[in-house]
Design a protein around this ligand. Sequence first.
Ligand code: 48H
Length: 269
Amino acid sequence: MAERQRLFAPVGEKEITRAIVDEFSKEFLDYVTSDVIVVGGGPSGLVAAKDIAKKKYKVLLVERMNYLGGGFWIGGYLMNKVTVRDPGQKVLDEIEVPYKEVSDGLYVADGPYACSKLIAATCEAGVKVANMTMFDDLVYRENGRVAGVVVNWTPISNMPKEITCLDPIALEAKLVIDATGHDAYLISRLAKQGLYNKLPGHGSMWVEKSEDALVEYTGEVAPGLIACGMAVNTAFGLPRMGPTFGGMLLSGKKAAEVAIRRLQEQARA
Ligand code: 48H
């Protein structure tokens, strides 16, 4: 190949590998313990993580996929326009997402625009992300308090179950948030161990009831464990709301308020 003037800096493979391993390891070590771990990077988890981090708490967001956003990229039926009912648009205002009022109190925004702005706002607030990381179990203390999560790489969690001894590791936190959507993985884990009532699953669609109920029921479901988003509907048998997201955004905000209050109480105790 003929020598040309270089466009890029003369950095080779080993430096690139070192940069990745070094930076990842330092951050991961630092986040072995956090103020709050949010599991699930859909709309409710992103808003909760962002609002808590904005108050200068240390927040780790655990997400099983390589991308964040959960169901917020798509409005419904694979169509990428997301809707919110008043007052959900206030969160869109906060993260500077444009929208259109299509009827009294109903707003439509672009899914990719809204979702990417919410992800950016979450990162800008200081939230760190452990993606490709699957929630596996809770860390539980004898005083009945959830004190962290047990995680593994997503590809490892998806290996055939007959392959054993690929143990997960634990991350500690003062509070944990279940934002895993319809499956409510963290609360179901508690339920499987008899530490929480059997989960009823979410009810059928009734948008006018569901979003109010979701925000009302968002909160601490067990000592140290807060639920937000669709996980709340699943945990309390609340109706679903279908393809509208104001409830998710406001549930995330309420989860953050509850978490901040608890962290302040813990600091005073
Ligand atoms: C790590 C995990 C694990 C795990 C799941 O589904 P989401 O978008 O959740 P919400 O509650 O923020 O929003 C719900 C909304 O998208 C929706 O589905 C609506 C409005 N439905 C209404 C209706 O009637 O159906 O995001 C959950 C996130 C995803 O990114 C998952 O990949 C992640 O959690 N996740 N991450 N470990 N075990 N399980």
